[in-house]
Design a protein around this ligand. Sequence first.
Ligand code: B12
Ligand code: SF4
Length: 601
Amino acid sequence: MVGLCKTERSGLCFCALARWRQVISAQFSRVEVGKWNRERTAATSVAALVSEPGKYGQWYPILLAQALPFPTRRTMNALLVYPEFPDTYWSFKHALKFLGKRAAQPPLGLMTVAALLPGGWKKRLVDCNVERLKERDLKWADVVLLSGMHIQQATLVEIVERCKARGLRTVVGGPIASSLPPEELKADSVVIGEAEELIRTLARDLEMGTTKPVYQAAGRPEMSTSPLPDLSLIKMNRYTTMTVQYSRGCPFNCEFCDIIEIYGRRPRTKAIAQVLRELDQLHAAGWNDTVFIVDDNFIGNKVRAKQLLTALAEWRKENGGGFPLLTEASLNLADDAELMQLMKDAGFVSVFLGIETPDESGLIASNKLQNTRRSLLESVATIQSYGMQVMGGFILGFDTDKDDIFDRMVEFIQKSGIPIAMVGLLQAMPGTQLFRRLWKEGRIVDMDAGNNTGDHLNFLPHMDAQRLVEGYRSVLKRIYSCEAYYERVKLYLNRTQPKPGKRTGAKQPSNQQWMTRANVRAFVTSILRQGVFSRQRWSYWKFLMTVATRYRHCVGAAMTLAVMGYHLQVITQKLSKALDEVALPGIAKEGLPAEAGGEGK
Ligand code: B12
Ligand code: SF4
């Protein structure tokens, strides 16, 4: 059955015609008609052929034959599946329940892949973070396309096995494919790299049943080739945040970073019009909440970012205030007042920064030079002064870390006014410069580097491993104790939410208009869970009293953070309960190459 479309399977297809068209397509794929490759639907293909008959020369009849909507290549049923995430700091699951939502963001990678697949294919998307993968979905499918991050490996492989047991073909792509050897993903085909340019070959091979075990993108496509993501496939109301990607890649060169290995060091950007089209699409679909610009580093190309921001501010005016925006950026944002002002004007209310460590020697050793020669605390405060909440990424476990690093980390975080401080243990992600160095030094103990907020170490640290993991846990406990957390929230509110009439600047970010049904529901649930049933209820009520007296003008922001704090506290408690099961690295020499201290394969 492999390789046959649904119609063929049912015996209703014009088989001879189908085979003939497949042969033609195979022929066509060897022809360099790059522009044609971007015409995807039958309708647009036929329209292009009819309007410019002379343009495709000798290939005209072949292209026309291919474009005609015969019931063959165009009827594949593609099921796109996004596996469930584990319950980590990043899942925000416990806070999402308050809002009646199931996940934070939809799987943009799969929505993009869906838009790239031939227009004649039928598509369904199941995000296992918001719904169950049902048997009837599998029954419907001809092929299952999965995406994921390294951290989703277990749930992804489970789905792959389930599909294989039903005789379904599986294809895995996304960042996980760049992090793990293809055989570990168990799929029929693994796609390494971005889909924009290789999807046509993959789709054709799927239609013809000639797929290869591994597809590797030849290069990194320009963002102009990235289509409008297919929004129609997701259940939008199950998410808190929609996503738009403006750029891929980052110009910096941090030793532990896999972004630059996967997406490159030259920031590739979409055209302004492309981004606005995506926002228009969200607006037209009725979305009126937060949008996450999911760039590796939004300011990787500052000149272009400024041009986009100017257009976003315009768009915001024309669209009734636009969306509250958040993104990821490097800390050198603090050096550019014009950029921060433009971000504020465009509606940015939050930015995630990789701060990593307050210890400068750790920053230098890991080549995070853009964070050095400055006061990190001042840089954070500068960004906050533009009304943006700073979320921070921090790492423990650098070779340079000394015993005092834990206290220094806590002190830094408390002074920073960063409520959402994601502290992780250093992981040597396969493919990174760090992995290669530790490999040579014989310090890699396994490939399992998907979750940096558990207590798993995949390399031998300089500091005693037990000491490191215990110190890490003590940091988490201290920064997510209710008192410490609420202190940071208050500091953040003081810095970013001036009392009305007190200070400067653009209109309050629109996330302050908080009297929505979802928020009222969240507030009531929060009172019950945090104020009645939680052991930390006194700290919670003390915080609420402070909000009622000092922060009434920004009660929305305060309550959102109270609810997020609940999630962070639940995860911290879970981690400390698992204290006895600390997974310290032993040297699993088997299966590791000799250079890494192993016995080789
Ligand atoms: C938004 C985001 C999140 C969101 C989740 C969004 C979601 N629903 O998936 C949040 C903030 C929750 C998040 C969390 C985490 N994230 Co994250 N995240 C991102 C980010 C910034 C953007 C993702 C995105 O939408 N990209 C846009 C789409 C279009 O790109 P794409 O997915 O790569 O898809 C393209 C190709 O990969 C390919 N493709 C993708 N899927 C498929 C499938 C098939 C079949 C094919 C053919 C092709 C294909 O085609 C697409 C178009 O070219 C990426 C960085 C990045 N540049 O992607 C990190 C990234 C994916 N995250 C990463 C990590 C590590 C995490 C965390 C584990 C954090 C941590 N440090 O511990 C957590 C895990 C979540 C959890 N619950 O524990 C890593 C993954 C590394 C890896 N090798 O797996 C990335 C790459 C960042 C990094 N540091 O390297 N993340
Ligand atoms: S700034 Fe961030 S994205 Fe850029 S190289 Fe460093 S860690 Fe990677």
